[in-house]
Each structure stands twice: as C-alpha cells, then as structure tokens.
Write a protein that binds this ligand. Structure first.
Ligand code: ADP
Ligand code: MG
Length: 246
C-alpha cells in the first residue's frame, strides 16, 4: 500500500487514473515449482499518458501487460486491475470480453494477425464482434479510415503473409484501434522490426498519442522507451519509477 501511495504522489497529473495495477501478483507453476513473476506490482496511468515499462527479458513485462489487458488474471488475492476506477473483473457490470474488445486495444510483438483473412478483414474484425460498433458499415468505415491513415489503402485485399513486418504491425495497430479504445497496450511493438521500420511504428504511435490516445508500451530497449512521456522499470516483480531520460 505504501508503494501504491508513493506511485500516486510521484504523479503530478490530478485527473483520475484510467488504468491501474494495484499490488498485482502473478505466479506460474513449472511442474511442482511455483515461480512468482510479479510480486505486488503497482502501476497507475492517467488519461493521455504514454508510459513505457522497461525491463529485461523474462522480467514479466508481457505478463503485466496481459493482466492489464484482461487477457490473464492475477493470482487469487493477488491484487487487482482497475479501469476507470472499477476492477476489470466486474468492469461496470460489463463482461470482461467488453473490456478487451472495446475499452482497450492490444498490440503484440508478433502481430497475431489471422493469416487466412485479408488486411481489411483483419483490421475490421474486432468491430464485428459483440456488436460494439452498431453495424458492419461502421466497422468498415473505421478500419478503412485507419488503414488509409497508416498508408495501407493499396494493400487491403492482401493477406498478412504478403506484407512486410512493418506493414503487418500497422495492420495490427489498426485492428487494435478499430473500436476506438481509450488505451492502447503494446507489447514490444517494434521488437521484431529493424530500427528504421521500428521508428516508423513509434512515429505512428506518437501521432495517436498526440491525438489523445493513452498508451502503455513494454520494451526491453531504452531507446524505444525514451519515446514515451514516462518510463517505469519492471524489476524483481515490481514496478519502480524511472525517468524518460535514463
Ligand atoms: N504461461 C506461462 N507459463 C509459465 N511460465 C510463464 C508463462 N508466461 C511467462 N512465463 C514465465 O514468466 C517469466 C516472465 O515472462 P514474461 O512476462 O513473458 O517476460 P518478458 O515479457 O519481460 O520477457 C519468464 O520466466 C517466463 O518464462
Ligand atoms: Mg515479453
């Protein structure tokens, strides 16, 4: 709890947090041996922030991001994740599916596009699930606008396998944004790309951030983390404060 308070005090923004991890614990079992990857991690992110979570390989970055995105759960009695002040497990009475599909967008290091669908179908897919967009034409419009702004309007009918890594990641970001989520969670979004292509992806994220999108990005690369407006470090299962200039 003390760490949580420090976390709050270190932050000058007076608005309510958008997304929070409070005392989050996560343990994996390797056979009979339990390994605690997160040991009471606290993270508070306010609307409009771009937070980088920097940590070495195996430090638990993906684990933390999956928990923040509701893709996995903390241990029993292992803290909670809140969105807009509510634990996501109850999330305003909505199902967790709604949180994953509408409130947040998730970008993976290895894109996770569906190979048998076209670029356009991949991007509009979340808009077709669960009636979050009122109809198919809205999903089409949103996907089309995003892909166009990402310079992909000439690749709509292609399959992901026909695209470069940078193009695939742009499709994955369009898919993550198609339902206009309030926060984008990105897991090493440039980790599989060469430096120049990675810069292009970070420029694209910076542009969305400038337009008000809240971003949480995990990375092992300090140069990538430096693009964020705030950098925290994940070490020994906990989040420690850092600065963007480190
Ligand atoms: N589903 C899982 N089952 C068992 N162990 C896991 C699982 N996911 C991650 N781990 C382990 O947890 C630790 C942290 O993993 P991860 O969160 O992927 O780290 P990072 O993303 O920082 O590289 C690693 O030791 C990894 O092997
Ligand atoms: Mg990882």
């Amino acid at each position: 709890m003390a760490d949580h308070q420090n976390n709050l005090q270190n932050h000058s923004d007076k608005t309510s947090p958008l997304i929070e991890a409070r005392g989050v614990r996560k343990t994996y079992s390797f056979g009979a041996v339990p390994v605690e990857v997160l040991s009471g991690a606290d993270l508070i992110v306010h609307p409009g922030e771009w937070v980088a979570v920097l940590g070495s390989s195996g430090s638990g970055k993906s684990t933390l991001l999956h928990l923040l995105g509701g893709l996995d759960r903390p241990d029993k009695n292992g803290g909670e994740i809140c969105f807009d002040g509510q634990p996501i497990s109850v999330s305003h009475g909505k199902r967790l599916d709604g949180y994953r599909n509408k409130d947040i967008g998730f970008v993976f290091q290895f894109y996770h596009l569906l190979p048998e669908l076209s670029v356009f179908e991949n991007a509009m897919l979340p808009g077709m699930v669960g009636n979050w967009l009122t109809n198919r034409s809205e999903a089409r419009k949103s996907a089309s606008k995003l892909l166009d702004s990402f310079g992909l309007s000439h690749r709509l009918a292609h399959r992901p396998g026909q695209l470069s890594g940078g193009e695939r990641q742009r499709v994955a970001i369009a898919r993550a944004l198609v339902n206009s989520p309030r926060v984008l969670l990105a897991d090493e979004p440039t980790g599989n790309l060469d430096a120049k292509t990675g810069e292009g992806i970070l420029d694209l994220l910076a542009q969305r951030h400038a337009n008000g999108l809240t971003l949480i990005m995990v990375t092992h690369d300090p140069a990538v983390a430096a693009r964020a407006t705030r950098v925290v470090k994940l070490a020994n299962g906990c989040v420690v404060q850092s600065s963007a200039s480190e």
